[in-house]
Design a protein. Sequence first.
Length: 294
Amino acid sequence: MSAPVREERAPADERPADLARLSLNTATTKRWTLEQAVEGAARAGLPAVGLWRDRVEEAGLERAARLVRDAGLRVSSLCRGGFLTAADPGDRRAALDDNRRAVEEAATLGTRDLVMVLGGLPEGDRDLLGARARAADALAELVPHAHEHGVRLLLEPLHPMYCADRAVLSTLDQALDVAGAHPAQDVAVVVDTFHVWWDPELEAAVARAGAEGRLGSYQVCDFLVPIAEDPLLSRGIMGDGVVDFAPVSRWVAAAGYGGDVEVEVFNAEVWASDGHEVLARVVERYAELVLPHL
């Protein structure tokens, strides 16, 4: 029996210019293995993938780096580090150790950027200001290790509905205030449309991030209503919800951002769909709603 014919892929520098910055975050095609996600992204003409650590762990770190490299892709970011709000000393040490490993994984994968979700309130805790202070202190401990490995820590503010359990930073300005204690080459921020589209101060905050040299990542997906029973799954492909991508994309471009644009979707219906069909929709909506304004 003859060997199966493998589909030829264009080298990264020959892919269509309109996809030159588009990155598939592996959360969007959750049912795919890392190998499938890399193959799918390359087949669709994307030049980059944003990796979640669970998929990297399944594949093995060295193999994951090789899979991406051999496909001619780049890693736009590694997701995620963080969850640094623990009050218990043992939990704090464990979180710091895990984040140091995440930094080393990012370096091995060849990405500069590790996305950081700083964590919510510890169980039974109502001291929001204290949790933010502990997260900032723990971040300061991580920065030298990240700097040593050439990795930038990207603080991602999450929508306020996640403040209690996932992220004590809810606005881009809050993230920039924490990042400001460190050099911009070491700590920057993420603009994720799902999380920040509602903020009346967003335009000024994006401009501030650009002026400070801290605009580290642009992630796009939509905000669906009604909100899902599990709020984590309320993301949609661009155009399926209420986000106006034109002004946010213009603000990001005006702030000087020229990096990859990751599509990161948490949605049960999307996850249940064929991954190649999902990617086709992502490419179509990106070209229609995001790219013209970058």
